[in-house]
Design a protein around this ligand. Structure first.
Ligand SMILES: *Cc1c(COP(=O)(O)O)cnc(C)c1O
Length: 495
């Protein structure tokens, strides 16, 4: 272990990997250019470099090895189970990649003439229709680039609809305290004021609190169903009725659509507008910031305000509608994230109308299997069955001074990517586990075995081990807050 550096491998062939600048040695380069100084045209002479560029000098193999090694420090859905609750990290079938990379999808330009991309427009038009049918809405925009972007787009449409009715003064958005942080952020970005609604002890929205806050200034309620505690909002129909009665719209956060696909449709529940995180529910490798797609499905009342361009079928084929009198305008530089949308189309088509419900059934069954295996070892905050993700807490381990963070870090030693921790915020020491439909019973058993082992280690008084974990990875406990708040992104010449 002691002599490891970038030239020798550590045990298990894991290489320590310094910064690319630390590898560098002067004068090395991965390209050979013929000498140019002699016959440089006079017009360029003024631009010639006075001192060396501040870029690392590396040969081609050194460069390639640096980046490949860094990639090996990463976890991906191709390397293993990725049980992050709320993120729906499902395996992305390779056939999706093959389809998304067909030249007719991958090698076209967003501003190419319409008649030269009819196949692409037809495919997008089709997926637009499928998303509408799956969610129960008559209209869909494919433009938004992610769920959060969809939230903002949806709220902009709601704002435009209220203004068109002469009710532009409505500026309050009600958001349950279990919501994802993007909900209040999107509302603020739209110039709306957020009002937080408390949840009941069973994790569901408090109807009485909702009634108290609904008034003539309510623009919308934003609701995730099933919510981030993994529970279905069983009063959803009544909730929608109350909001409509008060003159507001119901915005559905569709991030948890995985629990509903092919079984129940948000549009049928009374929701007016819903974003679909296609990169969650319908595959696409995501994480680390993208790519994503956040199509928004809307009811008739919001249709006049849809972003442009959107795709229409006409008698000559498919057409991009660029102008629309009441549209909120364009929210992306193109029709949408084509690669992500095509992967979603491939995932939906692979199941087909008759088998789409298997996604939700298998995802919910898997989560309940894990809940059943783990509930004797970890405290379960909300009783009963869960939807597609199961929620545990560190309440029992906390008595011995072991916290959610320790459990998550120890999982890394045992070969697993941790679950989502400390979310939803309403549950103290939350651990949110989402297996998705693409994991096998064997994989879930292996993960549960690791979780049980950690609970046993805690019971046996091995708290020091748990506080020190992870012991095995290249980097141990990092100051994640400092890394997020004060990232060092620029090389200043010193390590
Ligand atoms: C992921 C998620 C979002 C945000 O979606 P992005 O695609 O990451 O922008 C919003 N709400 C919930 C509940 C989520 O899980």
């Amino acid at each position: 272990m002691t002599h490891a550096n970038q030239y020798s491998a550590k045990a298990g062939l894991m290489h320590e990997e310094p910064l690319v600048f630390e590898h560098a040695h002067e004068k090395a380069t991965s390209i050979n250019l013929p000498g140019v100084t002699g016959d440089m045209p006079a017009s360029l002479a003024a631009f010639s470099r006075k001192k060396a560029a501040n870029i690392p000098g590396l040969s081609e193999p050194e460069t390639v090895r640096h980046f490949v090694r860094l990639s090996q420090w990463n976890h991906s859905i191709e390397t293993g189970f990725y049980p992050l609750g709320s993120c729906t990290m499902k395996y992305n079938p390779r056939v999706n990649e093959n389809i998304a990379r067909l030249p007719g999808f991958a090698h076209v330009h967003p501003y190419q003439p319409e008649d030269s991309v009819q196949g692409l427009l037809e495919s997008l038009y089709e997926v637009q229709g499928w998303l509408g049918e799956i969610t129960g809405f008559p209209h869909v925009t494919l433009q938004p680039a992610a769920g959060a972007h969809g939230e903002w787009t949806g709220l902009m449409m709601i704002r435009a609809a209220l203004q068109a009715k002469g009710e532009g003064h409505r500026n309050k958005v009600l958001v349950p305290d279990s919501a994802h942080g993007t909900n209040p952020a999107s509302a603020s970005l739209c110039g709306m004021e957020t009002i937080e609604l408390p949840s009941l002890p069973n994790g569901q929205l408090d109807l009485e609190a909702l009634k108290q806050h609904l008034d003539g200034n309510t623009a919308a309620l934003m609701l995730t169903n099933p919510n981030t505690a993994g529970a279905f909002e069983s009063n959803i129909v009544e909730i929608c009725r109350l909001v409509h009665e008060a003159g507001g719209f119901v915005y559905g956060d569709g991030a948890n659509l995985n629990a509903l696909v092919g079984k129940a449709r948000p549009g049928d529940m009374g929701i007016d507008c819903l974003h679909i995180n296609v990169h969650k529910t319908f595959s696409t490798p995501h994480g680390g910031g993208g790519p994503g797609g956040g199509p928004v499905a809307v009811c008739e009342a919001l249709a006049p305000f849809l972003p442009t361009p959107h795709i229409r079928a006409c008698k000559h084929g498919y057409h991009l509608v660029q102008e629309h009198p009441q549209s909120i305008g364009s929210v992306l530089g193109s029709i949408g994230q084509v690669g992500v949308l095509i992967r979603a189309a491939a995932y939906i088509a692979a199941f087909g109308r008759d088998h789409l419900h298997k996604i939700a059934e298998d995802a919910v069954l898997n989560a309940n299997y894990m809940l059943a295996r783990l509930k004797a070892h970890y405290h379960v905050p909300f009783p009963g069955l869960c939807k597609h993700e199961c929620l545990l807490t560190d309440e029992w381990q906390n008595r011995d001074g072991v916290k959610t963070l320790d459990i998550a870090k120890r999982l890394i030693d045992l070969g697993f990517h941790p679950m989502t921790v400390y979310f939803p915020l309403i549950v103290h020491g939350a651990m949110l586990i989402e297996p998705t439909e693409t994991e096998s019973k064997e994989m879930m058993d292996a993960f549960c075995d690791a979780m049980v082992e950690i609970a046993e280690q805690c019971k046996n008084g091995e708290t020091e081990l748990l506080h020190d974990a992870p012991l095995l990875p290249m980097r141990r406990r990092l100051d994640e807050t400092a890394a997020a708040r004060k990232p060092t992104l620029v090389w200043h010449g010193e390590v």
